[in-house]
Design a protein around this ligand. Structure first.
Ligand code: BEZ
Ligand code: FE
Length: 278
């Protein structure tokens, strides 16, 4: 362990994990060190550049709190969040595809009866959302639990509004015995992910924009089925081909139909994947 140099330090660090009890942790740490060291060698990382990198990560830590998660944003804009979704969310053809979770989900959002207006005062054009939760045989999944969240017309989630007392444009509902659900909310609009911190500076420095196409988030759960975390996108939205977080899937892009009274309607059916053994 003395006189380590650029040719043998990687092996020395890898050997330092020899006593790791958890085999998965050992595998991850060894691979992480191999790739990190290969990266440093590849770009011939200077000390000043690595210090800048540490300052960047420190900045991500400083801006992160219960309402702001810069590390999730970093993972999202680097495509790492979508890569882990793609690696892990294998579903048979016909199932609704998963996409990125994002940082704006809130546990224990208010529960609403079917038909309720989950906008709860959020600014936006009214929109009726309805559909069914089905299995891969086209049969209804009764009483599936839906967790829904979206931004308002200004492109902000309720948690981004300082001092807002109640949840807005988010809520949970249960589909009925035939798997049907309907609720009122507002039309989704494109919005910029938070870009007033280190991740925004990174986007700017690399000539990238912070915008996401208009979408409505869903988490759909039912016993015996793989939980689905996804969005429904608007097919007339900007940024479908340049989502800042790489989350668009064509199967999730849908027509949000303008109604004669100026409101909108979205019809979307979810198809869940039965878990093994069911
Ligand atoms: C979102 O869709 O809520 C989101 C996803 C990734 C980064 C920021 C926001
Ligand atoms: Fe979103």
């Amino acid at each position: 362990m003395r006189n380590l140099n650029q040719d043998n330090i990687t092996q020395a660090v890898i050997a330092s994990f020899a006593n790791t009890d958890n085999p998965r942790l050992k595998e991850i740490m060894i691979s992480l060190v191999q790739h990190l060291h290969a990266f440093a060698r590849d770009v011939k990382l200077t000390e000043a550049e690595w210090f800048q990198g540490i300052e960047f990560l420190t900045g991500c830590g400083h801006i992160t709190d219960e309402r702001r998660q810069e590390f999730i944003l970093l993972s999202d804009v680097l495509g790492l969040s979508m890569l882990t979704v793609a690696l892990n969310q294998h579903r048979p053809p016909g199932c609704t595809e998963a996409t990125v979770f994002g940082p704006f989900h809130v546990k224990d959002a208010p529960h609403y009866p079917l038909g309720a207006d989950i906008a709860n005062g959020a600014k936006g054009t009214p929109c009726l959302v309805q559909g069914r939760v089905l299995n891969t045989d086209g049969q209804p999944v009764p009483h599936a639990h839906l967790d829904v969240w979206q931004s308002d017309e200004d492109g902000l989630y309720d948690v981004q509004h300082e001092g807002l007392a109640q949840a807005q444009a988010r809520g949970t509902l249960n589909a009925d015995a035939e798997g049907r659900f309907h609720f009122r909310s507002i039309v989704a609009v494109p919005y910029a992910i938070p870009h007033d911190g280190p991740v925004g500076a990174l986007l700017q420095a690399t000539g990238r924009h912070p915008w996401r196409p208009a979408h409505l988030h869903f988490k759909v759960e039912a016993p015996g089925y793989q939980t689905l975390i996804t969005h429904v996108f608007r097919n007339d939205s900007d940024y479908l081909d340049s989502d800042a977080v790489f989350g668009v899937r064509q199967s999730l892009v849908c027509d949000w139909v303008a109604q004669a009274d100026g409101s909108y309607r979205l019809d979307y059916d979810f198809v869940l994947n039965p878990t093994q053994g069911d």
